[in-house]
Design a protein around this ligand. Structure first.
Ligand SMILES: [Zn+2]
Ligand SMILES: [Zn+2]
Length: 363
């Protein structure tokens, strides 16, 4: 089967023939049908986040279960599934608390780029390959832990469903769960890529009174307006912080940063009123540092992270899928382009140039 491999940071992905081993205890083999291109892949590809190589990239995939290993009970061959960037073991304190995206297994899976417990099921000849986030969705087949896959309805298009594996749930959850947007709230969203526009959709669903979208691209801001932004700010033309202050009369109830840029995080924190909440959903390079005056905390301001939108994958993903199918959550509007696996580097180049919102590899 074909897969896209990273051999060294800052080199193009190489699409090569590799093979997979059979799924073992609690593992499943999934025929991947579609995978989204996410900025997080790019962070690893550019060496801004460490990952062992060679690694099969891709973590926003959806497909059909082909085969199950011993002990698998949650899915069966033929089931349609979305792969989750956040694994949840179901047995740690976070999982028991219902905070599944915070599962203690996540960090080792991310750092080692293996399946939970350290397994590697992909190989090129004799060499075992790493699997980004324990998934490896830029491949025609993936062997993953059954708890990394959420079963969804079979009439849902998989090229839309795959976005629920990372970017879309991250944005939706950042607005609905972490920012806790309530009817009438004002909210400002920094960055109108897949995560930011999903946060916008979440804010809209939660009944936000005023939604302000900030980006550097007029094209992305047009999309934000199409999805329900009340105001848009092109940060290359005007100071977003001052403009938000003016529009909201002293600051927004909540700000969501969806880029992972420390300057933008500071702008987001500076755009909320006293007592407001700033959610950082973007992934900043490892080692980046924020410079905040602690006095701001005496003004009751909150800044917080959000791991994959603090969703409960097995409940929320099927729910969001239903909402999409009923026309209440237009996730398909985020997809601007699709590529074949062979064109994958082209897709990432277009992402870096800011030309795409979400592109999808269709297998
Ligand atoms: Zn992602
Ligand atoms: Zn856990």
């Amino acid at each position: 089967m074909k897969a896209a491999l990273l051999y060294e940071p800052n080199t193009p992905l190489r699409v090569e023939e590799i093979s997979y081993d059979d799924p073992q205890e609690n593992e499943i083999l999934v025929k991947i049908m579609a995978t989204g291109l996410c900025h997080t892949d790019l962070h690893f590809m550019k060496g801004e986040m460490p990952v062992p190589v060679p690694v099969v990239m891709g973590h926003e995939g959806a497909g059909v279960v082909e085969k199950v290993g011993p002990g698998v009970t949650s899915v069966a061959p033929g089931d349609h599934v979305v792969m989750m960037v956040s694994f949840s073991c179901g047995k740690c304190r976070y999982c028991y608390e219902g905070r599944l995206t915070m599962c203690v297994e996540n960090l080792p899976i991310q750092m080692m780029a293996t399946l939970p417990g350290g397994g590697q099921r992909l190989r090129k000849g004799d060499q075992l390959l790493h699997q980004l986030f324990g998934l490896a969705c830029f491949a025609e087949y993936a062997v993953v832990h059954e708890r990394a896959a959420v079963k969804i309805r079979e009439d849902a298009p998989l090229d839309v469903a795959c976005l629920l594996g990372c970017g879309t749930t991250t944005g939706l959850g950042a607005a609905v769960n972490t920012a806790g947007v309530r009817p009438g709230d004002s909210i400002v969203i920094f960055g109108c890529g897949g995560v930011g526009l999903s946060a916008l959709m979440g804010a809209k669903l939660a009944g936000a009174g005023r939604i302000i979208a900030v980006d550097l691209s007029d094209g992305k801001l047009e999309k934000a307006e199409e999805l329900g932004a009340d105001h848009v700010i092109n940060a290359s033309k005007e100071d977003p912080q001052a403009k938000v202050m003016e529009l909201t009369g002293g600051g927004a109830d909540a700000a969501i940063e969806c880029i992972g840029n420390t300057d933008v995080i500071m702008q987001a924190f500076g755009s909320i009123h006293n007592g407001g909440k700033c959610v950082v959903a973007g992934m900043a390079p490892l080692g980046a540092v924020l410079n905040i005056a602690p006095y701001e905390f005496l003004l009751g301001k909150t800044i917080t992270g959000s791991v994959q939108g603090e969703i409960r994958p097995f409940i929320d993903v099927p729910k969001f899928m239903d909402m999409y199918m009923e026309g209440k959550l237009p996730v398909d509007k985020l997809i601007t382009k699709s590529y074949s696996l062979d064109e994958i580097n082209e897709g990432f180049e277009a992402m870096e140039r800011g030309e795409t919102i979400r592109s999808v590899i269709r297998f």
